[in-house]
Ligand binder design. Structure first.
Ligand SMILES: Nc1ncnc2c1ncn2[C@@H]1O[C@H](COP(=O)(O)OP(=O)(O)OP(=O)(O)O)[C@@H](O)[C@H]1O
Length: 361
């Protein structure tokens, strides 16, 4: 349905507090874009500017090629779903879902057809005559989503829609949102969340916001496999990517790093002759460590094990404050106290210089 184009978008509150600057982003029709980033980085502000609930301080926002900076929210063809469902408590589910269409003076037949279609998509048929208080949190959120679907908006905006739900309901409702998206392949959706799993599973592309701007945009796997900075590397993935210091001793198609703590890392990221001698952080994801007899990136003792059922987290002893964490499938409580040497495949060894990935120079 709709494309969005943000050009040099910025937001300053009260003329002095700059929250966002130079946001450039093209969103294609049918995409589900997820905004993530540390608390206070401006995710909700950006969403609210797109919705028209917050004024855009600088730059331009186009929806389907039309400049909408000064178009009021109701005329942008956008529907927003909040974490608080904001349902009318005295109205039935049916009336809640019909309300906007009644205000828009649609015919009864049209309203009934739209509500029936949305109710079917969201499996709300059995609850249409109930009041919101007789629904679970997940069902209420589905009604809130249903209320936006009946309006057939060009763009759906979700501001942490699942954050009031308990863990099990979050999972169930997340899957429903994914199914809903499949049923509406052309709808454009933008979704703000704190939850890594929601971001990784729902997004066609993730936008990582930090330091007033966009740190990186990419598919979930692009961000996971080729983060452009230490920040993104450590923000996406849990536990975070390990970073261990070292110095480049050999450049070329493959790069060899002498580790400060002893040992050697080989990365498949290529470097130029002038990179020799540069200090770097070697990045390895917890699940990419393998025990080795040969060249190692880390050598030390397993300090603590955390068996989570499907995986065990291994916390290795370190001399610095930076933790070194490994992740193994299955239960391995017996590894505590063991002395290990860890390596990783060169394809899994990231290199960062001055906080930036050497892959992106
Ligand atoms: N009306 C306002 N006036 C002044 N500053 C504001 C206003 N609204 C938000 N801010 C500030 O703008 C920044 C971004 O807020 P925003 O709510 O967009 O962040 P967020 O990334 O959504 O945060 P969280 O993840 O905690 O919800 C914050 O530092 C916040 O204090």
């Amino acid at each position: 349905m709709a494309t969005l184009k943000l050009t040099d978008v910025g937001k300053t509150y009260g003329g002095t507090v700059e929250v966002l600057k130079d946001i450039n982003l093209d969103i294609d029709k049918g995409e589900l874009i997820v905004f993530v980033g540390p608390s206070g980085c401006g995710k909700s502000t950006l969403l609210r500017m797109i919705a028209g609930l917050e004024k855009i301080s600088s730059g331009s926002l186009e929806i389907d090629g039309q400049l909408v900076n000064d178009v009021p929210p109701a005329q942008r063809g956008i529907a927003m779903v909040f974490q608080s469902y904001a349902l009318y408590p005295h109205m039935t589910v049916r009336d809640n879902m019909s309300f906007a269409l009644k205000i828009a003076k649609k015919s009864k037949d049209e309203i009934d057809a739209s509500v029936a279609k949305a109710a079917k998509m969201l499996q709300l048929d059995p609850y249409l005559d109930r009041l919101p208080k007789a629904l679970s949190g997940g069902q209420r959120q589905r009604v809130a989503i249903g209320r936006s679907i009946v309006r057939d908006p060009k763009v759906y905006l979700f501001d942490e829609p699942l954050s009031n739900l308990d863990a099990a309901l979050r999972v169930a409702t997340r899957i429903e949102i994914a199914q809903l998206k499949e049923q509406m392949p052309d709808s454009t959706m933008i979704y703000v969340t704190h939850d890594q799993v929601e971001a990784m599973t729902l997004a066609s592309r993730i936008v990582v916001l930090a330091n007033k701007g966009i740190a990186q945009v990419g598919t979930p796997l692009e961000l996971y496999e080729t983060p452009n900075s230490e920040f993104v590397a450590q923000f996406i993935g849990s536990p975070a990517m390990n970073l261990l210091p070292g110095e480049i001793v050999e450049t070329g198609d493959r790069t060899t790093v002498k580790m400060t703590g002893g040992g050697t890392a080989v990365s498949a990221i290529g470097t130029r002759p002038e990179d020799k001698g540069k200090t770097v952080n070697v990045g390895v994801r917890p699940e990419d460590f393998v025990e080795t007899e040969g060249e190692h990136i880390y050598e030390g003792r397993v300090d603590i094990t955390e068996a989570l059922g499907e995986v065990t987290l291994l916390y290795f002893e370190t001399k610095s404050d930076e933790p070194v964490i490994g992740k193994l499938p299955g239960v391995h409580a017996d590894l505590r106290g063991r002395q290990v040497k860890l390596g990783a495949k060169p394809e899994k060894v990231h290199l960062f210089h001055d906080g930036r990935s050497m892959l992106y120079r």
